[in-house]
Unconditional design. Structure first.
Length: 214
């Protein structure tokens, strides 16, 4: 057989490689998350004409149904800022908002408020995302969040089938690039230039089967 299995590699070498690649992917995700955060925050601040746009429920209807989970998350962030001895400011609150919060802001229930504000050219619009379909954009961001959660919980990204592993990693990295490029092409290029992912993928431990065929 020509297909190499991950189980043919030294498990310790694979474990070390898995950890290093996971950290490199998390670095890229962090960059894209900051890009997403700044994009959404800037657009909503312009729409509401206030830096603490996250408190403008009258305009965006964050808490119109399913309880006040968004409001409660903001309250908890503010409490944590105070407990840490700092002054609550919009910048600190926004910086502490989770990726889950940004995903929430892209949900269908906020399409007529938040999404409308994001694509409004008066606020800066979405010149790099001509499709402007909320569900598509949300799906890509949700995929990024799922990868972040998987890596943060130390779930392995080594698969038993090498071809499937490569396809999975290709798809995940392409998705990160898609999100970044849909927001800002120059920023996407910078993130790609700083990424360690391609180099580390090239350093994947070779299986004994593959080594024997060379």
């Amino acid at each position: 057989m020509q297909s190499a299995q991950s189980t043919d590699c030294n498990p310790v070498d694979l474990y070390i490689w898995n950890g290093r690649l996971s950290k490199a992917l998390l670095e890229d995700i962090a960059h894209v998350e900051v890009l997403l955060r700044n994009f959404i925050s800037e657009r909503l601040a312009k729409e509401s004409s206030r830096d603490d746009w996250y408190n403008d429920d009258a305009k965006f209807h964050f808490n119109s149904s399913r309880g006040n989970r968004f409001e409660n998350s903001i309250i908890e962030i503010e409490r944590q800022i105070v407990r840490s001895g700092n002054t609550v400011t919009p910048g600190r609150v926004i910086a502490d908002m989770s990726l889950g919060s940004w995903c929430f802001l892209l949900s269908g229930r906020l399409e007529q408020t938040v999404w409308k504000a994001l694509r409004n050219p008066v606020n800066g619009g979405m010149p790099n995302y001509l499709l402007r379909k909320r569900a598509t954009f949300e799906r890509h961001v949700a995929m990024m969040r799922e990868l972040r959660n998987r890596l943060s919980h130390q779930e392995h990204i080594v698969l038993s089938d090498l071809a499937q592993e490569n396809q999975y990693l290709d798809d995940q990295y392409d998705n990160l690039c898609w999100v970044a490029r849909s927001i800002e092409a120059k920023a996407a290029d910078w993130i790609h230039s700083q990424s360690r992912v391609a180099t580390l993928r090239g350093q994947r431990p070779k299986s004994r089967l593959r080594a024997g065929l060379q």
